[in-house]
Design a protein around this ligand. Sequence first.
Ligand code: NAI
Length: 329
Amino acid sequence: MSTPVKVAVTGAAGQIGYSLLFRIASGSLLGPDTPVQLRLLEITPALKALEGVVMELDDCAFPLLAGVETGDDPNVVFDGANIALLVGARPRTKGMERGDLLEANGAIFKPQGAALNAHAADDIKVLVTGNPANTNALIAKSNAPDIPAERFNALTRLDHNRALAQLAAKTGSTVNDITKMTIWGNHSATQYPDVFHSEVNGRNAAELIDDQDWLESTFIPTVQQRGAAIIAARGASSAASAANATVDHMRDWVLGTPEGDWVSMAVPSDGSYGIAEGIITSFPCTTAGGAYNIVQGLELNEFSRAKIDASVAELQGEREAVQALGLVE
Ligand code: NAI
């Protein structure tokens, strides 16, 4: 067996962690031939609960799990990490303004970016799931000047997967029949799920549906509001599906996307599609050999352009807010 890949997970004792760790240790992330060492970060008061999770990991006797380290110091936990899944974040509590939320998360993602910069392995890949994910990723990236910027991604794969499920239900197909789904923008209610380039069994999805009203008044809001719908139904936010999407994103980044398809990844903009450089926003991406490329040359109709611009404007506003707080340059 090969050398274990070191996978750091933050917020490891939380809801998403409780699903995510077991998927990673069972081989869902890196495949059946790659052993993993888990490096789990929590805040001090949650270390006791984390101990219980680690006991359960032990009790699964996962053949691929080569070890588990836990702690509350990112400088220790991120040591030698090849992959970092940043899940732990500060949720918005009642009465909290956006500025307070960004500041509270800056206090988490700034030191974590610096710790990754100082201690992670040279091939580190970072995926931020903790909300506000895009801007948290921007903060971590800005505080890790020695790590190539493109190694910082944020999660919009859950939105992508939600859109696949909705489109499959509408067209009487399965998710296996659908390719080229795209989420553009922020992982927030302004995100834009775009089916104008999607295909259902090789046929253009928008033409097949031929129902702009359904797209505007049902599909897009359903995907945008799905997180809130799950909280309303379950009394807690999506956890298993968020863990699954975190696995999907990182697995595809490491192992590659299938020929003829792409996935949605929030990555630092290189100016593609006229989107402001540097913000971390969702694009259609293909991956191969551990690197991703933003799909180029898609024609955007006026409707799509306006939706993308609105979500990007929100992200620019978030960037300005964290710049004003001194969290990013
Ligand atoms: P949770 O509250 O159950 O767990 C979060 C954990 O993070 C807690 O155990 C907490 O102690 C820990 N934590 C807080 N600060 C930390 C720090 N500085 N270092 C290490 N750990 C820290 O929350 P849950 O349900 O697991 O969600 C985690 C995050 O994921 C939330 O921000 C949530 O909004 C976000 N999320 C993102 C989705 C996406 O698609 N991008 C989807 C669903 C959730």
